[in-house]
Design a protein around this ligand. Structure first.
Ligand SMILES: Cc1cc2nc3c(=O)[nH]c(=O)nc-3n(C[C@H](O)[C@H](O)[C@H](O)COP(=O)(O)O)c2cc1C
Length: 209
């Protein structure tokens, strides 16, 4: 199947059948998150994968009691950085140096550009910027899931402060940006499993100028 056929196959699943997805599929989805490009390459987010039923029961009210919370195979919580510190920038420079076999000193110009740009931003801009990067990862994870015929639901319908509290994200300078449930659809009880996809036609969405 082509990417567009996979995208046509996928839908925001409302009801899952409780089956677990294979570890290999989960790992592929997580690898696609890791490979997602981000602004400056700094990957300003952290990802929590939750299988534990007890924890998901505890999270459910924070997710507006959406059934996907407990019926899906796993919940992937995308948590964005709340701030960027010099330590985070230095960790990134160390990773580049190690990965590319270059010296930290040779990265001085890039470091100064990255920190110069990020340190000038307001805390609100940093949070917004970090959550935008996080959503790119959500997108690649959804495509990766669909390409493996794994169902997924992107979820914004939750109380971020409540999820932050339960997962103690503040402690790590993170906040819950978006959640992806993954698993297998239950066609028998999910009316959207057989619904046509609603999208504006290309000519109303895209203009060549
Ligand atoms: C960022 C984002 C947040 C969403 N939040 C929820 C949600 O909390 N619960 C839900 O059931 N669907 C949620 N959706 C699903 C959308 O309603 C759905 O993707 C859209 O209607 C298009 O339908 P389709 O994905 O089935 O093609 C969300 C989608 C996105 C992209």
């Amino acid at each position: 199947m082509s990417i567009n056929q996979h995208l046509n196959w996928r839908y925001a699943t409302k009801r899952y059948n409780g089956e677990s997805i294979p570890e290999s599929s989960l790992n592929d989805i997580l690898e696609s998150i890791r490979l997602t490009p981000t602004s400056l390459g700094i990957q300003p987010f952290h990802v929590f994968v939750i299988e534990n039923k007890e924890l998901r029961n505890q999270l459910k009210p924070a997710l507006n009691n959406q059934p996907q919370c407990t019926e899906a195979s796993h919940l992937i919580v995308f948590a964005s950085w709340k701030s960027v510190t010099e330590t985070k920038v230095d960790d990134y420079m160390a990773l580049i140096a190690e990965t590319r076999g270059v010296t930290i000193e040779s990265l001085a110009g890039f470091r100064s550009m990255v920190w110069g740009y990020l340190s000038k931003q307001s805390p609100e801009n940093i949070e917004l910027w970090a959550s935008k990067q996080t959503y790119i990862a959500l997108g690649t994870a959804m495509v990766s899931a669909a390409s493996q015929q794994v169902d997924a639901t992107p979820m914004e319908g939750f109380s971020a402060p409540a999820v932050n509290d339960i997962l103690e994200l503040d402690k790590y300078d993170l906040h819950a940006a978006v959640i992806l449930a993954v698993g297998y659809r239950d066609q028998n009880i999910d009316p959207l499993a057989s619904a046509n996809k609603v999208r504006r036609p290309l000519y109303k969405l895209i203009e060549f100028i």
